[in-house]
Design a binder for this molecule. Structure first.
Ligand code: GTP
Ligand code: ZN
Length: 314
């Protein structure tokens, strides 16, 4: 048997295919690959890894993925895509323009709820006055959404009021690990580069290293915001086509705080909130004028998703 070096702790800071970049507690980085299927790691994972035996290159092996506090992922009918693990919150960045898809926003929020991770929404491009006003209006249900917590929506104008926005964002991000998601064009790169100067250079270097030279971008990347390494941002692509096949139809209401708030008033314990008499959700739908009513668009998202998740399950 070949002599192996001791197991070391590390944090996964980038992933690409089977390879990932592992950061040691003293801040050094090494490319690693998993020993087997069970040691497949995602960004944010804490792992035990090992240097290769002498003469067998530089690449380390991941021997064990330590227990996860949470895992944020999406799932379509065939594939599971894991974004990241061990998150404190998820920041969803949308903008006045391009017009955001409410269904996509709702799906990401539902996945966050299902994983037990606090979501936060930011609406960028407040300088585009009229489109911003329309988007802000569409976000009304999300600004007021109750349950155990309020989502809240942060208004931003990243390219115009960078310093003000940095201060506002840091109030929410300080000391936490935050996954940043958003549709293309919302200003995600602008936000990351504002909080992590040099981020784009770093990404280029990491993707070069992980691809041994080939230049492919778009993989999930962890950035430290501060020198003390207490605040982190994770940039991940893949906001589109947010599959929720891992959520059961009957679990859906509990992942939508505005619906969940009324689901306790239903006459039947197994109410689907689609057609039952004495349904608290359906009666809240008729009261859209009250602050805690359920908006027509939110209810449509609920019923469409309920149907989607009730189809053939694999
Ligand atoms: N008007 C306005 N434009 C902005 C603002 N913030 C960013 N932009 C612009 O919006 C465009 C998209 O910004 P990016 O940061 O590249 O957006 P992204 O989300 O990373 O987009 P992809 O690179 O396509 O994923 C750029 O042209 C930015 O200059 C803002 O506050 N107001
Ligand atoms: Zn009901």
């Amino acid at each position: 048997m070949t002599e192996r070096s001791a197991l070391m702790e590390g944090l996964v800071v980038a992933g690409h295919g089977r390879h990932c970049m592992v950061e040691t507690p003293d801040g050094q980085r090494r490319i690693c690959h998993p020993r087997g299927k069970k040691s497949q790691a995602v960004v944010g994972d804490h792992v035990l890894w090992q240097s290769p035996p002498p003469g067998q290159g530089e690449e380390g092996t991941i021997e064990k993925v330590l227990e996860r506090r949470n895992l944020f992922y999406r799932q379509d009918e065939i594939r599971t895509k894991s974004f990241a693990a061990n998150l404190d919150q998820i920041l969803i960045l949308i903008a006045a323009e391009p017009v955001f898809s409410e269904s996509q926003l709702a799906r990401a929020l539902i996945a966050a709820e299902a994983a037990g991770i606090q979501p936060l929404i930011a609406l960028n491009k407040s300088d585009l006055v009229e489109p911003f006003a329309r988007a802000w209006e569409r976000l009304l249900p999300y600004r007021h959404m109750g349950g155990g917590h309020h989502y809240g929506v942060l208004p931003l104008s990243l390219s115009l009021s960078a310093e003000v926005d940095r201060t506002l964002l840091m109030q929410h991000l300080q000391g936490k690990t935050t996954l940043v998601l958003g549709p293309s064009g919302s200003g995600k790169s602008t936000l990351i580069n504002l909080l992590v100067p040099g981020a784009s250079v770093l990404t280029g270097e990491i993707s070069q290293a992980l691809n041994s030279g080939k230049h492919t971008t778009t993989s999930t990347t962890w950035y430290w915001v501060d020198g003390a390494r207490t605040t982190a941002l994770i940039d991940s692509p893949g906001f589109q086509e947010f599959g929720l096949q891992h959520i059961a139809p009957m679990q859906l209401a509990s992942c939508m705080p505005d619906i969940a708030a009324h689901a306790t008033d239903c006459k039947f314990y197994n109410c689907t909130h689609l057609h039952e008499p004495g349904c608290g959700v359906l009666s809240a739908l008729e009261n859209t004028l009250t602050a805690d009513g359920i908006s027509a668009s939110r209810y449509k998202i609920y019923s469409d998703l309920f149907a989607e998740l009730s189809h053939t399950r694999y």
